[in-house]
Design a protein around this ligand. Structure first.
Ligand code: SAM
Length: 318
């Protein structure tokens, strides 16, 4: 009965035709999230090695494997889920706390809540470049204090520009520079050690020079100062950096001292740091102008041992 009745026309939701990245991520378990992230890092490393060996067949096979896992988009979804599970929220909350805009319980202070609620973002004087942005609603984005520019190799949606920071055209004037650059869990994602160094060097171009920040006069500026009881110059220009803890705690080639030496050679002092079980957070304040000669930091073993990892940051010098 009714065998020949035409199937009713299904009304498809508007989101149905969008690329997979625009759909809400399918939730996966904590273990599966971790496995996927680790596998992705491992494959990206192998792909890079294949590129260096000029082994086209291996490169294609590894690329296919990455795609079969869901590619960068799936990895980003896993990272977003990881953010919520492993860290009880996004890393930018740590920055907000350091700036005095979040309280000790990691909640917005009254002044911050006010800034957010009156929607000061478009005119907010503090310019932030978020490299490797997975969403447009992290703590900094919704605070109202920052005029955000978000970029990622693979944009997850509106408000995130698809761009490789290493290819971003260099600024032609201060209007294209920033008070702060966020590199949260980005350096560890970059497969090549010299590209990690290049990323840090590039930050110098995209940040204001110390003491050369544009005049700040708006209401937001006053609110920042009142909330944090600091002047803007005490926090900016700066780099907010987050890394998996083993990158500095258990690497053959990098420890906190070496990282501090590299950053110091680039003109930064360590203003704030914090370690959680899995992550390390740093706020590097730019206190000196860019060095006239690009510093050189080759890969050099600092500590050995079979259980150590090979994470390193290399600066090739001029
Ligand atoms: C592990 S996710 C981290 C995202 C987020 N910032 C966080 O703290 O969870 C790393 C992101 O960095 C992005 N990324 C890596 N290298 C990049 C580059 N050169 N330019 C822009 N984005 C990059 C990747 O596409 C990826 O989405």
């Amino acid at each position: 009965m009714g065998a020949n009745k035409p199937a009713p026309l299904r009304v498809r939701s508007l989101t149905a035709g969008r690329p997979p990245t625009a759909r809400p991520p399918k939730s996966i378990s904590r273990k599966a999230t971790k496995r996927l992230i680790n596998k992705h890092h491992q494959l990206e490393k192998q792909r890079l090695q294949a590129v260096v060996r000029k082994d086209k067949a291996a490169e294609a096979a590894i690329t296919a494997e990455v795609e079969a896992l869901g590619g960068l988009a799936r990895y980003q979804q896993a990272s977003l889920q990881g953010q919520h599970r492993e860290r009880g929220g996004d890393s930018s909350r740590v920055l907000m706390q350091w700036l005095g805009l979040y309280d000790a319980k990691n909640k917005p202070t009254a002044a911050t809540a006010k800034a957010g609620s009156v929607g000061l973002s478009p005119s907010a004087p503090l310019r932030m470049l978020e490299v490797g942005a997975l969403s447009n609603d992290n703590a900094c984005s919704i605070s109202g204090y920052f005029d955000m520019e978000r970029i990622d190799l693979n944009s997850q949606g509106p408000g995130i520009k698809q761009q490789d920071f290493l290819q971003r055209p260099r600024p032609r004037s201060d209007s294209e520079r920033f008070h702060i650059i966020s590199l949260s869990l980005v350096l560890n994602y970059v497969p090549q050690q010299s590209d990690r160094g290049e990323m840090l060097l590039r930050c110098l171009d995209f940040l204001y020079e110390p003491g050369m920040m544009p005049a700040q006069c708006s209401e937001v500026q006053a609110t920042v100062e009142a909330a944090a009881n600091k002047t803007v110059a005490e926090y900016f220009p700066s780099v907010f950096m987050v890394l998996p803890e083993p990158c500095v705690a258990n690497s053959r080639y990098l420890d906190e001292e070496k990282l501090t030496t590299i950053m110091s050679a680039l003109g930064f002092d360590l203003l704030k740091s914090k370690a959680s079980q899995r992550l390390v957070y740093y706020l590097w304040l730019r206190t000196r102008p860019a060095p006239s000669v690009a510093p050189r930091f080759p890969k050099k073993e600092l500590r050995s041992g079979p259980t150590r990892n090979n994470f390193s940051i290399v600066l090739q010098g001029t």
